[in-house]
Design a protein around this ligand. Sequence first.
Ligand code: JFZ
Length: 442
Amino acid sequence: SIRDTLPLEHGAHRIGNRTDADMARWRSQRLGQFIHWGLYAIPGGEWKGKTYNGAAEWIRSWKEMPQQEYDNLYKQFNPVNYQPEEWAQQANDMGAKYMIITTKHHDGFCLWPSKYSKYSVAASPWKKDIIGPMVDAYNKKGIDVYLYFSIIDWNQPDWRAALKTPADSIAYQRFKVFVKNQLTELLQRYPTVKGFWFDGTWDDSWKNDGSFSDELEQYLQRLHPGLIIGSRLRADEKGARHFDSNGRLMGDYEQGWERKLPEKSADVHGNDWEGVMTIPENQWGYNARWAGHIKSSNELIEMLVKSASLGGNFVINFGPKSDGTFRTEEVQRMQEISRWMKINGSAIYGGTDAGFAKQDWGYYIRKSGTDSVYMVVCNVPVSGQLRVKLPAQTTLVNVTSLEKNIISGTPELIGKNEYFIHLDHKNQDAPFVILLQTSKDS
Ligand code: JFZ
């Protein structure tokens, strides 16, 4: 809840959502593709015959993994089958309007040849830049690129989780210069990128330095006008993260929805937000053995729909193999989502909270700024009847289904502003969409 009682120098600098064209574009895109790719794809969750139970991109921190051996994996980074044009093609087919790529995860390995670090693709057998060709290929398909960047950097001797001694403070001072240099370098090398996706900002060293995260954010946005940065970068001067000590969102959108989604409108407080989701339970980088529950395309589609209905973006993560190809489970999901989006994508793009009373069959999504409201039906009632209750002073003008032969007859008026839409076919193998044209009574 918003208090606004504390005077803050490094709290939120804006009340409410951004209103500029860059942010409006992000807000309309709704579906993104996340890619976690780095050295962790080489062990793929296994080391010397043993299986790591954590997230594959964290394997370096596993007691069974000698850190030196992990750090030497750069000598094996050689993705000979890396085809960024194909990656971009399949992301575009899936309907993703933006993508986020790990330029540097916690291990510190840079997928671009950074002049500030020896630990990069330049030192690998691959030698070449990974990021540049990716940005170009995705941009050619009209997909915006965002750069994931971890503040935690296990490879930098100056990085600290906490500052306990004066020597720590001196080292961390150098580390902050290094971070600023690398970020500047990324913007200079890839001027078409739309934003940064920051991570690894939970340590005391970072969160107790609200003035630096604030100044860094302002610096980057001056350097690259329109740049979009989520709330995960920021802390205020009292160490509050994402939301400042007065309860106001810092950054351009709420970036805290990680492997979970809001349940209802009230959970997002009217803020722009984005949810990021793994296909298995918690694997971002490539893990050869996916264990536990693996989300189906229908589950992912339902999450996308739910996100749009609550005014947020939904980003699905992929973890390519070390040779540069995608595992079949991921390819299959991209293809299935692609088929669904080709028919139903108009319900997603530009979609937002409709302000209608939620019904058990699924989600309403309003085409932002219009009287068009999409019903995305995820649970068909055994009665074959879909209840629609319009808000007061609203008239139902027209009802159509995006796929033919789903609705039977015309809606039946069952009460004031309340209807049943009768279904022709109750058996569906994917969510389906009905478009309501409404008008406001004058
Ligand atoms: C972080 C990383 O550690 C992880 O490897 C992956 O890159 C993911 C996208 O981000 O993990 C997080 C970050 C934030 C939360 C949980 C895991 N969180 O806010 O609950």
